[in-house]
Design a protein around this ligand. Sequence first.
Ligand code: ZN
Length: 334
Amino acid sequence: MSYTGPDFEPSQPHRSPLRRALTVAVAALVPGALLGWGVYAAVGGPGEGDGGGSGRAGGAGTPAAPSSGAPASGAPASSPGDGDGKKLAGSSPAPTSKAPSASGPALPASGPLTGKVVVIDPGHNPANFRHASEINRKVNVGTHWKECDTTGTATNAGWPEAKFTLDVAHRLRTLLLEQGATVKLTQDGDRSFGPCVDERARIGNEAKADAAISIHADGSGAGNRGFHVIMPGSVHDGAADTRAIVAPSAELGERVAGAFVRVTGTAPSNYLGDGTGLVTRTDLGGLNLSTVPKVFIECGNMRDRTDAALLTSGSWRQKAAQGMSEGIVSFLRG
Ligand code: ZN
């Protein structure tokens, strides 16, 4: 679908009620997230992104189960839903921005994002579970030390989060390339593990990304449903200094959340963010070490059967990528 017309995104003064609500929510959540940090530091937390913010960001919702649900032993299950959306490069090798393959999307010579760089960070790595010692190595994220990377969660049927994140990343890459952007992935299933969370941030920094997004799905308790976008809180500690990216990241997060609601029709999280779909955190290395506008998105809860039915649907994943793309395009066009 094309959304290159001038009317695609209303200008700032004409923000939707949803966006206004999201903006208010961001302001309201920041103090809560900072307060929550002490709790997080005291109890420790699960892996980067998933579940770690449950009950710690804004004090909302019920605590989630730790996202330690690694895929069952043996090879990860094959990707469900590969049948639908395959023509959209869901599981085939996607083109790079520099050398599109013949099977990739038809790329315009230019587009609204020409000259813009977007870094997509597919959370975790399908092979992380084979490299426990490597991914358990601690790296410094400014505020503290944490594991290099984690396995991520999985559906109850054993489909790994890392497969989900890579699939959505490919779909998002295709959509952004169609808009003329230069797109870089932090990993493309081409590494034996990781990268570590500090490197995931560094890749965005070194690419001088205009926007970066880390894609995840949560591993919370059954009944906890919906997506949330995680934005960096203000951190200035050691190698971490997010002060310059808090505001633009919040803007990016609002726009991604708004577009995600509109395109997927999926409700914001019912267990975090007070119904806004927006959460601010100060414990994620991938955000703390970023010097470019960056957000995480937890697309749903893999451990909830209803959410898992969406996450394992190729057509829903396409909508998810479309929502992210429209939010990013909106942010980058200003
Ligand atoms: Zn994750």
